[in-house]
Structures are given as C-alpha cells and as structure tokens.
Ligand binder design. Structure first.
Ligand code: IPM
Ligand code: MG
Length: 355
C-alpha cells in the first residue's frame, strides 16, 4: 500500500519527535512492504516567520491532498505576543476546520511498566485505566461567534450545536465502543445548558442503533471528579468540544505521563490528522530529551484508523510496550532512574518492530 502523508512538524520539540515517529513509520513500511511518500509543510510559529501567517494556504492544500497528516506541535513564547487571530494555535483550529476533522480520539491508558508514574498510585486507582475520549472538534463554543462590546467591557462566546453535529460524533463514539468494552459515557451539562439537553436527546436516539453498547450520561463536573476517583470505570467518554479539551488533559495526567498520549482528529471517511496530545515544550526543544512515544503512538493510530493496517499498528504498540518493559525511559517518565535520549527511544522502538 502507498501511504501519502503530509508532515507538519511545527515548533519547539515538534521536529525532533516527528523525526523519531517517521523512523518508526519507515521501519513499519520496510517490514510490511508499504511505500511511504512524505510531503513536509510549515504551520504554526515557523510558518508565521516565513509566510507571515501560521496556516499558509499551501499547507492546508497539501494536507487536503494527502491520505493523512502527521503533526508535531505548534506554538511557543516567541509568538505569544501576536493578536488572537494570528497565533500559532489558530493553525491547529484552521487545520481542524479546514480539513473537516469533527471527531477527536484521545486514548488514555496506563502502561503496565509505568503504573508508578501516576499521581493516583497511593490509592491504586491508576491500575486498569484504559479509556478513549471522543471529543467533538469543530463545533460548540470554539467555533461560535466571539464578540467584544464597543466599549470593550463585555464579551460573548456562543456555544451552538446542531442535531446533525451531535449525531455524527455520537456515531463515532458508539462505533469506537463496539471495538472496545462497549460502554459509552456521554458527558454534558444538561442541568444548565440547552446545547447539552439537545446533546442528550440525540445521543439517546443514536444509542438505539447500538443495543450491545451500555450508555450512561454524566454531568461534566461529576465526570471530572470520577476521573480521579475511579477512572477504570470509563471506556468511551463522549463529549463536546470544550469539555473534551478539559477532560482529555485530566485523563492524560492520571496516566502519569502526558508524553505518552497520542491523538487522532478524524472525518467520517477515515481521513485524519495525527498528533501527540502534548504541546511544543519550548523549554526543552533541541536538547534531545523529549519523549517521542506519543508521536510514535499517533503513527500507530494513523496506521489503524486511516489505512486500516491493524497488524502494523499492533506491531508499533507492542514495540512501545516492549521498549518500556526493557527499561527504556525518557526523562519525563524516568523518575529518579536514568534516562535515554529522544533518538535512543526512537531506535529502541524501531529495533523491536524490525525483529
Ligand atoms: C488541544 C489544545 C487546543 C484546543 C488549543 C491549542 C487551541 O488545547 O488540542 O487540546 O484547545 O483544542
Ligand atoms: Mg487541550
């Protein structure tokens, strides 16, 4: 199979982690006989420096014509002074909207070898965390009207959802649950918000088409609490854009290592953009100490969700598990032990795929 991938390495540690993820990609292609074709493009602060805008048209076009996008991270203190509409984060929002990526998958699980990293270790509740946040990504308050009054003393952000927007993300969540433990927890604020009451109605209706899946509804404040109290209860967490942003950060932290978590932003046709959940970490950029595993695991998600190559995806995930079991740790997950470099971790994974 030919895998045509647009690569947007971005800012900060983006380039170094993407380098390792691409080595993994090459190793997989070699072992399984696939052809890799890469189209490298700029987005984020680095694009602003060259083009005067964070998301140049040519980048969006290149992403549109690829099969999938691999993204590192965007942003950094150098560009923090830019006005809201020009900031590097806008490149991310522009890619999501411009590519129609309404569904964001954020799996969070505890790797056996890393259980000790979780802040929940004292109560042992970290054991068994294996959940998937399905976050609506192109609607809600992120994309409603943002307005400031003429005198600058009042502001409004509109949260809006259509039934169709809720239905398509709900279907993605139930489909995802069918391949997992068949449980969906839909998170909303239906005791206050009208968008949440619509959300609940639609999710209930979609649930009728999935009789094997158990559905429950939870308010977002309770969900935030349950995530630290008893996180192993969750399989698929389905939620709207802003709640998903917040809960997925919380879910990532309870696994003990934000440097481990991949993500996928998808359309219904399988096209997707894949990136680590963490940011560009400008403070450690260029030192060769960042953890490439989140980006490597994003490549595994790409192989599975866009290309349907599950044996290849399993090979990558298994190799990551083995590298961890064999004691490889980058600084973020090393605790008081010794750490290996970004490149050494990438190599450890490649070696275990090639075997
Ligand atoms: C994320 C990030 C983005 C978001 C920011 C950078 C706009 O926090 O991907 O979760 O809020 O969606
Ligand atoms: Mg976020």
């Amino acid at each position: 199979m030919k895998l045509r991938i647009a690569v947007v390495a971005g800012d900060g540690i983006g380039p170094e982690i993407v380098t390792e993820a691409l080595k993994v990609m090459e190793t997989v292609c070699k072992r399984f006989g696939h052809l890799l074709s890469l189209d490298r493009r700029l987005a984020g602060g680095c694009a602003y420096d060259v083009f005067g805008q964070c998301l140049p048209d040519e980048t969006l076009e290149a992403c549109r014509s690829a099969d999938a996008v691999l993204l590192g991270a965007v942003g950094g203190p150098r560009w923090d002074g830019l006005p809201g509409a020009e900031r590097p984060e806008r490149a991310l929002l522009g890619l999501r909207a411009g590519l129609g990526l309404f569904c964001n998958l954020r799996p969070a699980k505890v790797w056996k070898a890393l259980e000790g990293c979780s802040p929940l270790k004292e109560t042992h509740t970290a054991s068994g965390i294996d959940l998937l946040v399905v976050r609506e990504l192109t609607g809600g308050i992120y994309f409603g009207e943002h307005r400031r009054s003429a005198d600058g003393r009042a502001a409004t952000d509109v949260m809006a959802y259509s039934a169709a927007e809720v239905e398509r993300i709900a279907r993605m969540a139930f489909d995802g649950a069918m391949g997992r433990r068949r449980k969906v927890t839909s998170v909303d604020k239906a005791n206050v918000l009208e968008t949440s009451r619509l959300w609940r109605e639609i999710v209930d209706a979609v649930a009728h088409d999935y009789p094997e899946v158990e559905l429950n509804h939870m308010y977002v404040d309770n969900a935030a609490m349950q995530l630290v109290r008893a996180p192993a209860q969750f399989d698929v967490l389905l939620t709207e854009n802003m709640f998903g942003d917040i809960l997925s950060d919380e879910a990532s932290q309870i696994t003990g290592s934000i440097g481990m978590l991949p993500s996928a932003s998808m359309r219904a046709d399988g096209f997707g953009m894949y990136e680590p959940i963490h940011g560009s970490a400008p403070d450690i950029a260029g030192k060769g100490v960042s953890n490439p595993l989140a980006t490597i695991l994003s490549v595994a998600m790409m192989l599975r969700h866009t290309f349907g190559l599950s044996a290849e995806a399993d090979a990558v995930e298994r190799a990551v598990g083995q590298a961890l079991d064999d004691g490889f740790r980058t600084a973020d997950i090393a605790g008081s032990g010794s750490a290996v470099s970004t490149a050494a971790m990438g190599r450890a994974v490649c070696d275990r795929i090639a075997r």
